[in-house]
Design a protein around this ligand. Structure first.
Ligand code: MG
Length: 503
């Protein structure tokens, strides 16, 4: 194939102009990463202004009439190749979203988010929901307004879902989540009663040496083939994340709490999955709008694949056992089998981020139902804590005693990102579906894992998903690569097989 996949003159013009927007985004990513990883506390005042001004600049470039005009013209060209069409789709979507909101609204939303986040921090610390309640009402009101500005066919919530997962609708989630809930609730009960998986483990309390754990994480990431120093780094932040400055500079973080080492290790492996998606893209997309993973849901499927499907497997546990026991001397008293159990503890927990792979999706279903009520039905913040607690009890059989371990636990609503949560479930479900499809092509997948040979698995992911960047919308990519739509049945079968040993 030609070195340059972008042949149309107009598309080439667009990409030349786009490079400047790309450069601003690149700079913004570096600032954001530095803010989380290195910036001293008081740097925040100047940093937020710098980030705000850069965002305005890139917004201006995207919406400059001559640029919008080029993109509109390109929509009428008929013989574009799939990559060129991808460029047009992504830019058209970005312009549509950027144009939807009047400047006063953008300003009000940004100010509300920042204030709501600081109030949320205080409310969570004091366990005082009343403090946060008026701000949540304000966020709900602005989100409903945002949905109106964006437009929708069926439900206002559809407009918000689409912001985080292109093409995702309430209609899709109703089917997925209702099926999932119906199968999962009895299954969880059975897992808790009959599975080999423990509900707690002594290793959760075991303290480790942070400096040694850092070396263990790096050695394990090297086995996975993470190109540290060449195209990537691993650093520390309390909330682990991945950021890509481009295809050749992708960075991850993990956390070190000093006890319960799987949290640090599995976070690093999770972020490795996100990073690999960015690292394995077609390099010809560099500097273009189709570089970068296509959606949050597809991205999360990659991180969950490495965290759950590989990281929590018995073969992987066996592979990394020598490294772990070298740096964590207390593991001498534990067999591979015991560590495998520790990696796969199952217990209904009030906190989403502590949830295991069996119960995790119910946390998302709860949030999805509440968000739907807020946005489609206009339910007020005052009513939400009770709704939260009732739904928690119904889904997981446990009830929060504090707001902190209930409705105040996540930052997302304070950030104004209503519509984001469902992408976590999409990723978790899709990871399992991808596993089933890899098995068809690589039946000895877990034998390869045991040998530390990840190349065929990485090549599969590259070939089916990574190399396409954002060329296709998520649903189209899934259909093209898997030959079917997202289907939660794979997840149910996987949980049954893994935790109950039956197909
Ligand atoms: Mg993630």
């Amino acid at each position: 194939m030609d070195e340059n996949v972008f042949r149309n003159e107009l598309i080439r013009d667009i990409l030349t102009r786009y490079r400047r927007i790309w450069a601003l985004n690149h700079a913004e990513s570096v600032l954001g990463w530095d803010m989380e990883v290195y910036m001293p506390k008081e740097g925040i005042t100047e940093r937020s202004v710098a980030q705000g001004e850069l965002a305005v600049l890139s917004h201006e470039l995207l919406l400059s009439p001559s640029f919008v005009d080029l993109v509109n013209k390109s929509k009428r060209i008929e013989n574009l190749n799939e990559f060129e069409r991808g460029v047009v789709r992504v830019l058209d979507r970005s312009i549509r979203i950027a144009k939807a909101f009047p400047p006063e609204f953008v300003k009000e939303l940004a100010e509300t988010r920042s204030k709501a986040t600081s109030v949320w921090n205080e409310a969570k610390r004091k366990d005082d929901y009343k403090l946060f309640e008026p701000w949540l009402d304000k966020i709900i009101e602005l989100s409903r307004k945002a949905a109106d500005y964006l437009g929708y066919d069926e439900y206002p919530y559809d407009a918000l879902l689409d912001l985080y997962e292109e093409g995702l609708r309430v209609r899709d989630l109703e089917t997925i989540f209702n099926n999932l809930e119906n199968s999962l609730r009895p299954l969880i009960k059975k897992v808790l009663e009959e599975s080999w998986a423990p509900s707690k483990h002594p290793l959760e309390k075991e303290r480790y040496d942070v400096e040694k754990m850092k070396i263990a994480n790096v050695e394990i990431l090297k086995i996975l083939g993470f190109p540290i120093g060449l195209r990537s780094r691993i650093d520390i932040s309390p909330h682990p994340f991945t950021t890509e400055f481009g295809i050749k500079d992708v960075r991850i973080t993990t956390r070190y709490e000093g006890y319960d080492f799987r949290r640090s290790l599995l976070a690093a492996i999770h972020e490795f999955g996100h990073a690999l998606y960015e690292l394995q893209q077609d390099e010809r997309f560099m500097f273009t709008p189709i570089a970068g993973g296509v959606s949050l849901g597809i991205h999360e499927s990659q991180s969950r694949f490495w965290e759950n499907i590989i990281g929590r497997s018995k073969e992987f546990t066996r592979l990394i056992y020598p490294i772990l026991s070298k740096y964590l001397p207390f593991l001498k008293n534990y067999s591979v089998e015991e560590i495998y159990k520790y990696f796969n503890i199952v217990r209904p927990d009030l906190i989403r981020v502590e949830a295991d792979e069996v119960t995790y999706n119910l946390h998302i279903i709860l949030r999805y139902r509440l968000e739907k009520l807020m946005i489609n039905e206009g339910v007020k913040a005052k009513e939400l804590p009770d709704l939260w607690n009732e739904e928690m009890e119904r889904l997981l059989g446990i009830r929060p005693k504090t707001y902190r371990e209930g409705i105040l636990q996540d930052i997302h609503w304070a950030h104004g990102t209503i519509g984001y949560f469902p992408t976590y479930s999409l990723g978790t479900l899709l990871a399992v579906q991808i596993r089933a499809h890899i098995f068809k092509d690589i039946p000895d997948m877990y034998e390869l894992v045991l040998k530390g040979n990840f190349t065929p698995i990485k090549e599969w992911l590259k070939d089916k998903i990574h190399r396409y960047g954002s060329v296709y919308p998520p649903k189209v990519l899934i259909a093209k690569s898997l030959g079917e739509a997202l289907n939660p049945e794979y997840f149910i079968a996987y949980i049954r097989e893994k935790y109950l040993g039956s197909k």
